[in-house]
Design a protein around this ligand. Structure first.
Ligand code: TRP
Ligand code: SF4
Length: 512
């Protein structure tokens, strides 16, 4: 059904080849490239403004974000916010998925409107799963999420395949994206089947669903960095759906993002060149920019063509998808000086913020969604217990949340470590906690909220006071206790599945 493609739609929390240092985010070269090449921002500077930060945040497991500050503002101001993530039911839920479950639960505890969805269409389209297996795994994910503390009365659980609102939204969003774009982002080509493309646009709808269903509000998507292309596309689509765009302008012509700072600069220095400083002219600004800055030719041309037109800052409202009524209402709503053009309006006396909230109000009053760009947080992938990747298809590399507790403990005992060849060397040089999957287990899961335990393990290890044998034995005990407790709670939820709004019997035909 589906071809292999470099699609980020492919993977759930699986490891990359990197070693991970949960304490120092800037030291890992390839995570660094996520910041430099893709514009993901480091999480650490935000930490101080997070109310009751989760231990995954405190320990740097959550290492990056896009515009998460917008969500934190809402959280602190007691304004509505949402969180949503999705799980492809292709195998057992494992300790990598637990990170995301915990992130959702934490946002719920902070008062968010939280969604967890089963990406069954994606599992079918991108992994060719049978519906029977999808159903079984879907149930296992949901039960673990509940056992870890998700409140199904406060939050929303759904399956992609049965949520008609999501399907309808996907259809509308599909009108704003085309094949070339999906090809560029996901490597799709002429062989890519249509269901796979549909699952991508369904994910876009998932991401915007909390806002479509309720009201525009900051919505965070906690995911691994492999999902970032989806987040970027969803942020784009959110903007494309808007009735109005808002930009800063300085004259009647359009400037590019690159050109705009030069216009701001020229306006700021108007006293230096304008014959009438209260009315600097475009041609005067061109002359000054040419002499004093490295302004691109393109903006000099635009200014010269504008001639004697005054250079005057304004907020520009662009008509993107507005209905004629909405456009009229927008004109009406602008206070102070304004100029109306065919496809845009310039407002001279309003701030960008004021205009932004006006456009959203008017859009909503005229049947639009008024989407805010979804924001994201990214967590590090766990290293596999056998070194290398943690992979759902290699049972020894991960611990399933369904593993019998003793089996989980055995896997910990059998894990590779960052220890030295001999106890003497370990005492002399210290262990390499930063390269140790067992240490990661402590930091990501076993130490839970107990920072002191995580720190002690780390310091004793690198200080040479801790040897791998006892360290693993302690971790194995903790893992066994965790799995026992988790599975007891699972058993309680298994009894109450009929109360849930999701069904685990999709009653669809066999493959192909
Ligand atoms: N593509 C995700 C994965 O591979 C699953 C998913 C579907 C998802 N819809 C989503 C993740 C919305 C975050 C938000 O695991
Ligand atoms: Fe890893 Fe513990 Fe050994 Fe350190 S002592 S290398 S943390 S197993």
């Amino acid at each position: 059904m589906a071809e292999e493609s470099p699609s980020p739609g492919g993977s759930t929390p699986e490891a990359d080849e990197l070693t991970i240092d949960p304490w120092g985010s800037a030291t890992v070269a390839d995570y660094q490239s996520l910041f430099e090449e893709f514009g993901i921002e480091t999480f650490e500077p935000l930490l101080g403004s997070v109310p009751n930060p989760h231990y995954l945040m405190r320990r740097g497991v959550i290492f990056g974000h896009r515009e998460y500050d917008a969500l934190l503002d809402a959280m602190r101001e007691d304004e509505p916010f949402a969180a949503l993530s999705g799980f492809m039911p292709t195998g057992d839920p494992h300790i990598g998925h637990k990170l995301v479950f915990d992130e959702l639960i934490w946002h719920q505890q902070q008062g968010g409107d939280v969604y967890a969805l089963i990406a069954d269409l994606e599992a079918r389209a991108a992994r060719e799963m049978e519906w029977e297996d999808i159903d079984r795994h879907a149930k296992d994910y949901v039960v673990s999420l509940l056992a870890l503390g998700f409140d199904p009365e406060e939050g929303t659980l759904y399956r992609q395949s049965t949520n008609t609102e999501v399907q309808e939204l996907a259809f509308e969003l599909g009108a704003k994206a085309n094949f070339s774009e999906l090809a560029a982002i996901y490597g799709f080509d002429g062989e890519t089947d249509v269901s796979h493309m549909q699952s991508v646009i369904t994910q876009m709808a998932d991401i915007l669903y909390p806002q479509a269903r309720d009201q525009p509000k900051p919505t965070v998507i906690p995911v691994g960095p492999d999902q970032d292309p989806h987040v970027r596309l969803a942020r784009d689509l959110a903007a494309r759906m808007r009735y109005f765009g808002v930009t800063q302008a300085y004259a009647s012509f359009e400037a590019t993002d690159e050109e705009r700072p030069f216009l701001a600069d020229a306006y700021e220095h108007r006293d230096a060149y304008a014959a009438e400083p209260s009315r600097p002219r475009c041609e005067e600004a061109a002359e000054w920019l040419a002499a004093h800055t490295g302004a691109p030719e393109s903006i000099l041309d635009k200014l010269e063509n504008a001639g004697k037109e005054p250079l005057r800052p304004r907020v520009r409202i662009l008509d993107r998808n507005a209905t004629p009524e909405a456009f009229e209402a927008m004109i009406e709503a602008i206070e102070g000086d304004k100029r109306v053009f065919d496809e845009h309006i310039d407002a001279f006396d309003l701030s960008r913020q004021e205009v932004a909230s006006l456009t959203r109000e008017i859009e909503q009053a005229h049947g639009g969604y008024g989407f805010r760009a979804p924001v994201s947080v990214y967590h590090r992938f766990m290293t596999g217990l056998t070194g290398g990747k943690m992979s759902s298809s290699v049972p020894a590399s991960h611990i399933s949340l369904l593993d019998p507790p003793e089996r989980g403990a055995q896997k910990v005992e059998a894990a590779t470590t960052g220890g030295r060849e001999t106890a003497e060397k370990q005492r002399e040089l210290g262990g390499r906690a930063d390269e140790c999957p067992v240490y990661e287990l402590y930091a990501y899961l076993l130490a839970d909220d107990d920072d002191e335990l995580a720190t002690t393990v780390y310091e004793e290890c690198v200080g040479g006071e801790r040897l791998c044998g006892p360290c693993k034995a302690q971790a194995a005990d903790l893992m066994e206790a965790f799995l026992e407790d988790h599975q007891d709670k699972r058993a309680e939820w298994e009894e109450k599945l009929e109360e849930l709004p999701v069904s685990f019997d999709s009653d669809r035909g066999p493959a192909n």
